[in-house]
Design a protein around this ligand. Structure first.
Ligand code: URA
Length: 274
């Protein structure tokens, strides 16, 4: 086995330990484990068939004959670094780190604020009520959730007074501490468009404030097109789907679909009767 392969598997193992809460003994890492780490759909593009991962070690570490794509491996390496991160105080109250998950080479990258309670328990981004609304939105765009990547500005759950009870937005210094991970993820993912969800992500990525004024306007994160829109939890507070703000978000998503040359679903361009 090559040195870089050993490093990759060690990094994956560290991340699996973190995900499993327990302190298990040596782990056998299978192709399925690698897939689950990043929730990557078993598409041919994501996992091109290849030779087995090196010669079998004493223990069978890789059981499949498929080789994960370079992006998959790099994302897993980043996730493994996040899993042991101590760059800010959020590390002391987290249950699991939440690196983000999805397609390793997506057209679209959605970026929220930070994990909430559900996300902290599961180690997955946007799995609570806001996540359900985000999923419906993505599906209305004619995409599946596993065709996009979903991440947050910070990878650990921020709570009031670090007590682990009430969620709060991440502090600027927490965002700054975590930003290198997001930058690394973006460099690997190379999305066509980043969709920032809410004020925290807008400000964290562009330095600009005022989501109400800026939503729907094309901006940039470095060289990548960025579309700011409202956060799903803001939509939920306003009544969820089919309310005025939801349709503003839908307009923003139609703009995104046009930018990436995907069809805009007709049916959703009609507003419900008010
Ligand atoms: N869940 C997330 O993962 N991020 C948010 O910003 C909100 C809920």
């Amino acid at each position: 086995m090559t040195k870089s392969l050993i490093e990759t598997l060690t990094a994956l193992e560290a991340h699996l330990h973190a995900l499993r809460e327990t302190d298990p003994g040596p782990l056998n890492i299978s192709r399925k484990d690698i897939s689950e780490l990043t929730s990557i759909p078993p598409s041919p593009a994501a996992t091109p068939p290849g030779k087995p991962l090196g010669a079998p070690a004493k223990k069978t570490i890789v059981s499949s004959s498929e080789r994960p794509s370079p992006s998959t491996v790099q994302l897993s390496e980043i996730a493994a670094r996040i899993a042991v991160c101590t760059r800010c105080p959020l590390q002391s109250t987290r249950t699991k780190t939440v690196p983000g998950q999805g397609h390793p080479q997506p057209e679209l990258l959605f970026i929220g604020e930070g994990p909430g309670s559900e996300e902290d328990q599961q180690g997955l981004a946007f799995v609570g009520r806001s996540g359900a609304l985000l999923t419906r939105l993505i599906e209305r765009m004619g995409l599946a959730r596993d065709q996009v990547f979903i991440a947050n500005m910070v990878k650990c759950r921020p709570t009031e007074k670090g007590e682990g009870r009430k969620d709060r937005p991440p502090a600027p210094e927490e965002i700054e501490a975590c930003l290198p991970y997001l930058r690394q993820q973006i460099a690997v993912l190379r999305p066509k468009v980043i969709i920032s969800l809410g004020n925290v992500a807008l400000e964290g990525l562009t330095g600009l404030k005022g989501i109400t004024r800026l939503r729907g306007k094309w901006l940039k994160f470095e060289t990548t097109d960025l579309m700011p829109t409202y956060h799903p939890s803001f939509l939920l507070r306003g009544g969820g789907d089919d309310k005025a703000r939801y349709w503003e978000v839908w307009d923003d998503m139609c703009e995104v679909l046009r930018r990436i040359s995907r069809p805009v679903p007709e049916i959703h361009t009609r507003r419900p009767e008010s």
